[in-house]
Design a protein around this ligand. Sequence first.
Ligand SMILES: NC(=O)c1ccc[n+]([C@@H]2O[C@H](COP(=O)([O-])OP(=O)(O)OC[C@H]3O[C@@H](n4cnc5c(N)ncnc54)[C@H](O)[C@@H]3O)[C@@H](O)[C@H]2O)c1
Ligand SMILES: [Zn+2]
Length: 370
Amino acid sequence: MTSTTDAKDLAAIVNTSQGDYPIWVGWNIIEEIGERVHSILDTSTAYIITDEGAHRQARRAQFALEAAGIAAHMFIMPAGETHKTLETVQLVYRWLAERKAERGHLVVAVGGGVVGDLAGFCAATYLRGMPFAQVPTSLLAMMDAAIGGKVAVDLPQGKNLVGAFYQPKFVLSDVSALQTLPPRELTSGWAEAIKHGLILDRELLASFERDTGPIKALEPDIATDIIRRSVAIKANIVSQDERETLGIRILLNYGHTIGHAIESATGYGSFLHGEAVSVGMMGAAYIGEEIGLMSADEVERQRAVLADYDLPLTCGEMDIDAVTNAMLSDKKTAGRAIRWVMLDGIGNATTRNDIPPSLVRRTLERLAVD
Ligand SMILES: NC(=O)c1ccc[n+]([C@@H]2O[C@H](COP(=O)([O-])OP(=O)(O)OC[C@H]3O[C@@H](n4cnc5c(N)ncnc54)[C@H](O)[C@@H]3O)[C@@H](O)[C@H]2O)c1
Ligand SMILES: [Zn+2]
């Protein structure tokens, strides 16, 4: 029952052990969510989970579902990472129970990564699993959080400590929703999108360089096209390496070793994720240049495109020891040599675990300026 519109919007089919599912990226396609649900599963009822920032987009989904004959309830959580907790999960469980949610009903996340992660966790666990759809409304969620089936909530002891791999039935990204996203969140999201070009796709990077103005202004055709192409890269990586066991998915972590450490060392208060990743990508590029993987021209090309999208290239004065400690205690690297994702030229990512600590320190010093 796939219509031609669906085919046009299709960014990728994600292949996973829990089944294959489409990612659609289009303009004003939230209005089509009802038909798209019908094309994938047979359900009478949807439970939309959203937050205060995204709830206008969630209303669009609610109207569209109701118009297609699907009863659509809505839970609006407070916005922000501080609410991605088991306490909120419990409120959602109670809300689902009061409405007598059944295993055949659909949970729909409409929002940024916080909503997607939390709603996905609820869907994975309530009644031992309900069908789930992702409608990401932040650029970061479209690029990253909504793709790949990682769902989680935070504990006081750390981020994303409780979670699961739980794949959605579909991902529907309506680029028009980004028009209401706060500008800084949009800017931050471009970092991950550009990253996909840097690690794997020179043509994508060239499009980012060429169409900067229309992309930043969310000109419908051009912005939708570039987001669809960038999303396809993450989707294809996830299809190849669903559970991060083959060393492919790790390539998405370009810029994240330093980026995560900066976020952690600053208590997640100063930098949005994409901003920290942008600085981290500059760090990785400087290291790459010193060990002969990247030319000065390539580093400059990366710098210029990040700057054109108003992304930070340095992190300002920073406690280098704190950043270093955060890097070493990262849950993915603890006890082992850090596995750095580096560019072996633009569009070609690789990994290295032999970067000397002294070089890392020098690089951090280079980044810790205004
Ligand atoms: N599961 C994964 O693989 C994965 C990957 C990356 C990040 N994440 C998670 O994603 C979260 C960050 O996601 P995020 O950057 O989207 O943050 P977020 O969900 O907090 O959204 C950012 C802000 O934008 C608002 N918002 C979202 N869409 C909007 C819209 N269309 N109009 C107006 N406001 C809107 C939200 O209300 C929020 O205030 C983190 O919790 C992170 O751990 C998960
Ligand atoms: Zn990221």
